[in-house]
Structures are given as structure tokens and as C-alpha cells.
Design a protein. Structure first.
Lengths: 218, 262, 222
């Protein structure tokens, strides 16, 4: 079976800055991979390239069977990206955000309610504008939104940041059950203990390319 | 976009070899040199025709000579804007660097000639009508065309990368023609409602014939050659700028790679 | 596409309902402009009365610049644009939704301004059928051109200053046509005004069409 993510010598330029300088990466279906590396190594950009949000300037890239060099759009509705800031409307309540993004992604409202409950977005938290929530609560809202979509590929950018102990454990449980049900998960993280405990395969990035754990080393 | 290999396949406007004898990149080629020589040789002729050979107009007097500047520049301006419009449509269809550069080069030249049209029109208006500005439909739509072209270039200058530049400016380029048609139509209705006598002064209706007509057509023809000549050079400047940008980017990519892998 | 449009419009209006920036800031700003015109022009209402239609629409244009900026500011937050691009919303639907929400808010501002010119400038709202028949297509055109110009400036560091430069030359014919139609209505000669309303409708159709067709092109970039 073809890998879910297949990147070869991928260069991505963000407003003239070479964010990725030739990334080689293979991720198989139902695999759990952690991208590690210093700040500015290109972890976030790899995730955004895989989500079809950053155009590939050279090299070859396919995700979920879609050629990203030709059409980044096709893959977008099939991946779930948890960005560092969550991507929520600050002015709307947590529930409003969940319902809007669910309807925009054509998700069953019942799945949204279930996900919200699972992440403790009930009562006051559910009806507060996102701007009044704490970082961890916002992270929970964004996670609930992602889980409700049931993406085939999960791209999580520093997912443990801002979460309390209970939230981190809940996140790990959700990630493991997603992998068990056949989804592929890529996590960008600095928390090596946590990703090792999850059983991630580690891929190290530096200077916008993979320096350890790439397809050549395997 | 490809990094590091700026191949010029399918780009007839781009010089295949952009190096002159001095070894520096140049925007000149035999074709542009011929065009340039034609323009330079014709300019004294244009001056002689419009200032010496042609007589002053019976009604307008000497001010008619301004029209030898005004009419060719308005023609060149509108042709250039139409080129931008077509190039924008072609870019939206083909998404090629070539059309992006044709559109942006023509827009830049077009804005210079619309400015020249406005200035010469206003000077002529001051002399003939006694007011620099009349809300004449053509002059007014040219003003809005100029403003939109200024916006087009501001948008390009503000866009961070080439893809964003091409996409956003193609949208404005496409709006040029519908906008000018709507502005022109609305100003025409507006003025006809007011029945403003100044617009319909009969002194506009002078007779054009003989040498004056020839001067007019000749100057317009020279203007068109000038447009093509400038378009070639501006296109090549843009093309070379893109190559420089690509080279800088691939150097930056290489430098960042080198830092990462000891 | 219509479903997406309603969803996006509903979301934008919900943001407005929760923050009341349009009602609490843009509408008062518009009334303030009317008052300032009053100061600048004439206290005995002679000039004001003659200039009412033009001042009304100039003020609407200013308010629309603010409205467009606000409409895009709510999703300038980090990650929101990414989140929107990861949905299956059609670009045409997103454009229509944005324009629709903007049009609703502009109509509210126009209503406030209408009361303002009646009270402050002593305008007599005769021929209200033509007034409404002008305001609807004019607002649709402003909202469509505004949403399209707004997305062109999204994400640029100079977006606040660039937007009016892109938007106002495009809206110039709307100002001209809507002012003439209002003049006709207030003068009690509505027959002169309807062709202008037709021109406004044509403008709206052109820009709604351009917006639906071109919105996706601009969104595609990162």
C-alpha cells in the first residue's frame, strides 16, 4: 500500500524564506510519527505542507494519494490540523465555533456534541466566547473540532502545550484510538518523553530538512 | 515555479541569452534595438511635424499642438490597459509567469501614459475651455483607470511573494475593463442629464485634414512602437528580476541546508 | 454554494451580534460624518438639502470601508484562515456569505443614516419606493465589490491603507448612480431615477459574478 505521506526533496518558500530545504519523509497508514527538532527547524511547515496549505515549490509530494504539487486543495478536507493557536473565532462561543466548523466540514452535529462532551466543553465553557477561555480550554475546543471531523490524517502541532495533566492523557488516549481505527497521526513536539511513551517513530528536522529518521535511514 | 533553473522555454519575449558583450545581463536584443532606433529617429520628425510643419488651428490656435501629445498617449494608454486585461485573463487560465509579466509590464507603462493623457488633457482644457478639469466622461474614466492602475501596482508591491503577487494583481487587471465601461457609462448619463453647455461647445469640432491628420496618425504610430519597445524591456527586467529572486532563494535554500547538515 | 453562503453569512452576523462593532462603532461613525458635513457646509440647510443624496452615499462608502476591514479582521486571527481553508466550503459560497453579511450590516447603517438625514438635514423621504429600489442594488454592489477588494488585501501588512485605494475607485460609479437616483426621488421625479437603479443592479451583477469566479483564486495562496 502506498504511504499516506510521501515527500521527496520538498522545498517550500514562505514569503521568500526557505522554510523547507529538501524534506524526505514517508509515513505509512495507521502510523504514529513524531517530528522533533529545534525551534525553526521546519516542523510546523511540514505539517502545513501535508495539509495542502503551503504550496510545494519543488520536489514531489503526495498525501493520501493526492499530488500536492498539482492540487493542494483536494487533500484539505481529509486532514485535520491542530495549529498552535487553534484557529477559532475569538468572538464566538466554544459551541458556536464547533458547530460552524462542523457544518462547514459537513460533519454530523451529533458527533460534535459527543466530541464536546468528551473534552469537557459543557456548561459555562461551552457558552463562553473563546477569547475568555484559557489556553488549555481553547486547545480542548480545537481538539474536539478535529475529533468530530474524523480525519484520515491527523496533523498535531505541539498538541500537549497548554493542556493540564488530565487533558494530556485524554489527548494521548484519543490519538491512540485514532491510530487503532486506521488513521495516521503526525505530531510536531518538543516533549520527547511524551511522544516516546505514545510509541511514536521519531523523525528529526534541522534547517528545513530531515536529518534523522528519514526514508534513507530506514 | 522551479528553483535554480530559470528555463525560458516558450517565452518569445525573453531573450534566450541575456548577457551582453560586457558580460552583464541586458534587456536589449537586435529586435529591441531596431525598435529603439525607429523611435529615436521618429521623435525629431514628430516634433518637427507638430511644432513647425503643421499650421495652428483656425479655432484653437496653437493649443491644437497639445493634441498631438494627448491623442497618441490616450491611445497607447488604452492599448496598454487592454493588454493588461487580456494578460490577466490569460494568467487566470494558464497561470504562467509569462502572462503575469506581460500584464504587470503593460500596467506600469499604461499608468505612465494615462498620467500623460490626464496632464496634457488638463493643460489643453485650461487653454481651450478655461478650466483644467471638465467632468468629461472620457477624461473622468481615464482618471479612474489611472487610480485603479496605481492600486494595481501598490497591491503588487505589497504582496510578499510571486504567487500572491500574480493572483491578486490578475484580479485587479480583470476588473480594469468592466470598471472603465461602468464609469464611462455613468458619467455620460450624468453629464447628459445636466445638459452642461461647456461640454458641447462647438469649438471642439474642428476640422482635421491633410497634414494635421497625418501628424496625428504618425505620432500615434510612433507611440505604439514606443509601447512595444518599452514593453519588451520592462518584460525582460521583470523576467531577470524573477531569475535573481530564484537564484537568491536557491542560495538561501543551500545555505540553510549547509547549516543543518554538518 | 448557497448553503455555504448562508453558513458563512450566519457566522459573520453572529460575530456581529456578539460584538456589536457595526452597530456600536460603524453606525455612530457614520452619523458623526453626517454631523461633520453639517458643520463644514451650511448651518441654514440650504446647501445641505441640495447635497443630501451625495453626502448620504459618501458616508455609506466610508462606512463600507470600515465594514470590509471588520469583516476580514475577525478572521485575521492566527490559524483561522487555515481552519477555513481546511473545510469543504466552496470559495464562491464563502464570497457570497461574506458579501451577504456585509450587505445586511450596511443596510442597517443606511437605515440609521436615513433617519439621520431626515432629522439633521431636513430631508423629506418622498418617493420611498425608488429610495429602497436604489439602496438594495447599490448595497449589493458595494458589498460584492467590498468583499472582493477585502480579500485582495487580506494578510498584507498594508491592508488598512491599501483597501480604500482598491475599493473606492471601483465604487465611484455606485456613488454617482445612487446619488442621482436619490436626487430624483427627493425631487419627486422618480422616473429619472430608475435608469440609475438599473445601472446599480448591473454593477451588482457584474461584481457578484466576478467575486464568485475570482474569490477562490486569491484564497488558494498561503
Amino acid at each position: 500500500m502506498a504511504p499516506v505521506i510521501h515527500l521527496r526533496d520538498v522545498v517550500a518558500l514562505l514569503g521568500g524564506f526557505p522554510a523547507l530545504t529538501g524534506v524526505d519523509l514517508d509515513v505509512d497508514a495507521a502510523e504514529l510519527v513524531a517530528l522533533v527538532g529545534a525551534n525553526g527547524a521546519g516542523k510546523t511547515t511540514v505539517l502545513r505542507v501535508c495539509a495542502g496549505l503551503v504550496p510545494v515549490d519543488s520536489g514531489t509530494a503526495s498525501v493520501l494519494g493526492e499530488d500536492l504539487t498539482r492540487n493542494g486543495r483536494a487533500v484539505r478536507s481529509r486532514v485535520g490540523l491542530l495549529g498552535p493557536s487553534g484557529g477559532l473565532y475569538d468572538e464566538l462561543t466554544a459551541m458556536d465555533n464547533l458547530r460552524f466548523f462542523a457544518r462547514a466540514a459537513r460533519v454530523d452535529p451529533a458527533d460534535v456534541d459527543r466530541a464536546a462532551e468528551r473534552f469537557g466543553i459543557t456548561g459555562r465553557v461551552a457558552d463562553s466566547p473563546v477569547v475568555r477561555l484559557s489556553t488549555g480550554q481553547r486547545r480542548r475546543v480545537a481538539l474536539a473540532s478535529l475529533v468530530a471531523r474524523r480525519p484520515q490524517l491527523w496533523l498535531l502541532d505541539e498538541p500537549h502545550g497548554g493542556l493540564d495533566a488530565e487533558g494530556r492523557d485524554l489527548l494521548d488516549a484519543v490519538v491512540l484510538s485514532a491510530v487503532a481505527s486506521g488513521a495516521t497521526v503526525v505530531i510536531a513536539s518538543h516533549d520527547l518523553d511524551r511522544t516516546s511513551a505514545l510509541g511514536c517513530r521519531h523523525v528529526t528536522l534541522a534547517g528545513g530538512s530531515v536529518v534523522e529518521g528519514g526514508p534513507d535511514a530506514a | 515555479m522551479s528553483i535554480g533553473n530559470g528555463q525560458s522555454a516558450g517565452t518569445p519575449l525573453a531573450t534566450q541569452d541575456t548577457r551582453s558583450v560586457t558580460g552583464h545581463p541586458t534587456t536589449g536584443s537586435p529586435a529591441t534595438r531596431v525598435l529603439g532606433i525607429i523611435v529615436l529617429l521618429c521623435l525629431p520628425l514628430v516634433l518637427w511635424l507638430s511644432f513647425v510643419a503643421t499650421p495652428p488651428d483656425a479655432v484653437q490656435g496653437e493649443s491644437v499642438r497639445l493634441l498631438y501629445v494627448h491623442v497618441p498617449s490616450v491611445t497607447v494608454a488604452y492599448v496598454a490597459c487592454f493588454v493588461t486585461f487580456v494578460a490577466s485573463i490569460m494568467w487566470l487560465w494558464k497561470r504562467s509567469e509569462w502572462w503575469d509579466l506581460v500584464g504587470s509590464s503593460a500596467a506600469e507603462i499604461g499608468s505612465v501614459f494615462t498620467a500623460l493623457t490626464l496632464v496634457s488633457g488638463m493643460i489643453w482644457g485650461q487653454i481651450t475651455w478655461g478650466t483644467a478639469w471638465e467632468w468629461d466622461p472620457r477624461l473622468t474614466s481615464t482618471l479612474f483607470l489611472f487610480l485603479l492602475l496605481v492600486g494595481y501596482q501598490a497591491l503588487r508591491a505589497a504582496s510578499p511573494d510571486r504567487s500572491s503577487r500574480s493572483r491578486r494583481s490578475a484580479v485587479i487587471g480583470l476588473l480594469l475593463v468592466p470598471n472603465i465601461l461602468i464609469v464611462n457609462r455613468s458619467v455620460q448619463w450624468w453629464r447628459s442629464l445636466h445638459q452642461d453647455a461647456t461640454l458641447f461647445r462647438t469649438d471642439l469640432d474642428f476640422r482635421i485634414e491633410g497634414l494635421m491628420l497625418f501628424t496625428w496618425m504618425f505620432t500615434t504610430a510612433v507611440g505604439m512602437v514606443l509601447l512595444v519597445w518599452l514593453l519588451f524591456h520592462r518584460f525582460r527586467v521583470g523576467w531577470l528580476a524573477n531569475r535573481v529572486e530564484e537564484r537568491q532563494l536557491s542560495e538561501a535554500v543551500a545555505a540553510r541546508r549547509a547549516e543543518a547538515t554538518p | 454554494m448557497l448553503r455555504d453562503a448562508m453558513l458563512v453569512a450566519g457566522k459573520d452576523l453572529r460575530v456581529e451580534a456578539r460584538t456589536r462593532v457595526g452597530l456600536g462603532q460603524v453606525a455612530p461613525f457614520a452619523v458623526l460624518v453626517l454631523v461633520l458635513f453639517g458643520f463644514a457646509l451650511d448651518p441654514d440647510r440650504g446647501i445641505l438639502e441640495a447635497a443630501t443624496p451625495g453626502l448620504f452615499w459618501i458616508t455609506v462608502l466610508f462606512a463600507s470601508v470600515l465594514g470590509v476591514q471588520r469583516a476580514y479582521a475577525v478572521e485575521s486571527g492566527a490559524g483561522v484562515r487555515d481552519a477555513l481553508r481546511l473545510t469543504s466550503l466552496s470559495p464562491g459560497g464563502m464570497f457570497l456569505g461574506k458579501a451577504l453579511a456585509l450587505a445586511v450590516q450596511l443596510l442597517a447603517v443606511e437605515l440609521v443614516l436615513g433617519v439621520g438625514v431626515i432629522v439633521l438635514y431636513g430631508a423629506d423621504p418622498a418617493g420611498w419606493i425608488l429610495l429602497v429600489g436604489t439602496a438594495l442594488p447599490a448595497t449589493a454592489g458595494i458589498a460584492a465589490a467590498g468583499s472582493l477588494s477585502g480579500v485582495l488585501a487580506v494578510g498584507l501588512r498594508v491592508r488598512e491603507t491599501l483597501l480604500p485605494l482598491l475599493l473606492l475607485p471601483v465604487l465611484a460609479p455606485v456613488l454617482l448612480a445612487a446619488t442621482r437616483a436619490f436626487e430624483a426621488a427627493l425631487d419627486g421625479s422618480p422616473a429619472d431615477g430608475w435608469p440609475w437603479a438599473g445601472l446599480l443592479a448591473l454593477f451588482a451583477v457584474v461584481y457578484v459574478g466576478c467575486g464568485i469566479g475570482l474569490y477562490g483564486t486569491v484564497l488558494e495562496e498561503s
